[in-house]
Design a protein around this ligand. Structure first.
Ligand SMILES: [Zn+2]
Length: 196
C-alpha cells in the first residue's frame, strides 16, 4: 500500500526542515524524488526548494527534482514526467481543494506499490485559526498513515510552544498574503488571544 504522510503546523514551525529530514531517511538517496510547490508562493530564505538546493547531503541525490505547479493538470503532468517514488507536495495551503482528489488518485494508482510515499506539507489553519487550504479536508478524506503537527516557539512570550500563525501587519482580510516575519508571527494559544 502506498503511504501518505502529512506535515503541518504554523509558520516558522520547521516544516521544511522536517521534509528535508524525511528525505534523508536511509534508502532514499537513490529513489526518484519529486518536490512540487505552487508557483504563487514567493517566500525566499525559508523556502523548502531553497533549503533543498543548499543542503549538502541532498546535493548528492541524483534523482531529486523540483517543479512548480498550479493545478491538477500541472501536478499530473509533473508526476507522469518523472514517475517519482517519493512525491513531496509543499506549501499545500496555496493549492486548491482539487489537491484532495489529486492525492487520492495518485495514491490509488500506486496502491500496489509498497514503497511509494506522498508527503504533503503546509499550513492547516490561517492567522485567524480558520481552516486553510486542502489539508484539513485531506486528512478527513484520505486517512493518512502519519500526521505530524509541529509547533514553533511563540514570538510574543518567547517561551511557550506556538500552534498558530498570527498577523502583526498586512491585511486582516487576506488569507493568502505573502510575507515572512515582517507580517507574521507564531503565537501560542494564550498570546494569540491578546488584543494588540
Ligand atoms: Zn505566547
Amino acid at each position: 500500500m502506498a503511504r501518505l504522510e502529512i506535515i503541518t503546523g504554523p509558520m516558522f514551525s520547521g516544516k521544511s526542515e522536517e521534509v528535508i529530514k524525511r528525505l534523508k531517511k536511509p534508502g532514499y538517496k537513490n529513489k526518484k524524488i519529486l518536490v512540487v510547490k505552487p508557483s504563487e508562493d514567493t517566500r525566499t530564505a525559508r523556502e523548502t526548494f531553497e533549503m533543498i538546493t543548499k543542503d549538502k547531503y541532498l546535493a548528492s541525490y541524483k534523482n531529486l527534482k523540483t517543479k512548480t505547479i498550479d493545478n491538477y493538470e500541472g501536478l499530473k503532468e509533473a508526476v507522469k514526467a518523472s514517475s517519482p517514488e517519493i512525491l513531496v507536495i509543499d506549501e499545500a495551503q496555496f493549492l486548491g481543494l482539487w489537491l484532495i482528489d489529486a492525492v487520492k488518485e495518485i495514491l490509488e494508482s500506486n496502491s500496489e506499490n509498497e514503497d511509494f510515499v506522498i508527503i504533503v506539507t503546509g499550513l492547516y489553519k490561517d492567522f485567524l485559526r480558520n481552516p486553510f487550504g486542502p489539508i484539513p479536508e485531506l486528512i478527513l478524506q484520505t486517512e493518512p498513515d502519519e500526521i505530524t503537527i509541529l509547533s514553533a516557539v511563540c514570538d510574543k512570550c518567547e517561551k511557550r510552544p506556538a500552534q498558530s500563525t498570527y498577523k502583526i501587519g498586512g491585511s486582516r482580510n487576506l488569507q493568502k498574503e505573502q510575507g515572512d516575519k515582517d507580517i507574521y508571527q507564531a503565537r501560542c494559544r494564550i498570546c494569540h488571544k491578546l488584543p494588540e
